[in-house]
Design a protein around this ligand. Structure first.
Ligand code: CUA
Length: 155
């Protein structure tokens, strides 16, 4: 008889979690809508056609690709200058790391991934509302971990 009760409780919890995630994304004006990945050779990252000169490129009317490298203790691009995108654009991020494992977390949104040497995290984000959004590294990566940050400006 208790099994049904536990099942019901578990369902309530799951619905609650989904609600929290949806609310978090909608509230911030940024929404992560896709998540996949690939691989890259970290030894030749600097010679890579995209990651060798990381940055943003326009791929369509309202769409962009961002190739981003995390390394101790910066996001390239994002740290030395904010990453700038127009409001209403859809941006596919390709994120990797040059040295050790880092995190890439757009503060207050569900755009969040690990940046792992040799792997490319790929996810698509829709930027709806203008504003400045912080990026932080949320994986411990060394002595400068706590200052590893950047920003995205939605114009
Ligand atoms: Cu990079 Cu913590």
């Amino acid at each position: 008889a208790y099994e049904k009760l536990w099942l019901a409780l578990a369902l309530v919890l799951i619905v609650g979690f989904i609600g929290t995630i949806t609310y978090g994304a909608a509230g911030a004006g940024i929404e992560m809508i896709d998540d996949k990945g690939g691989t890259v050779d970290p030894a030749t990252l600097d010679d890579h056609p995209k990651f060798g000169d990381p940055g943003i490129e326009k791929t369509g009317e309202n769409s962009y690709d961002v190739y981003l490298v995390a390394r101790q203790f910066v996001f390239e691009p994002g740290t030395s200058e904010p990453l700038r995108v127009p409001a209403g654009s859809t941006v596919t991020f390709h994120v990797t790391a040059a040295d050790v494992i880092h995190g890439f977390d757009v503060v207050g949104t569900n755009a969040n991934t690990m940046a792992i040497p040799g792997q490319v995290a790929e996810f698509t984000v829709r930027f709806e509302e203008p504003g400045e959004y912080g990026i932080v590294c949320n994986e411990y990566c060394g002595s400068g971990h706590h200052v590893m940050e950047g920003s995205i400006v939605v114009m």
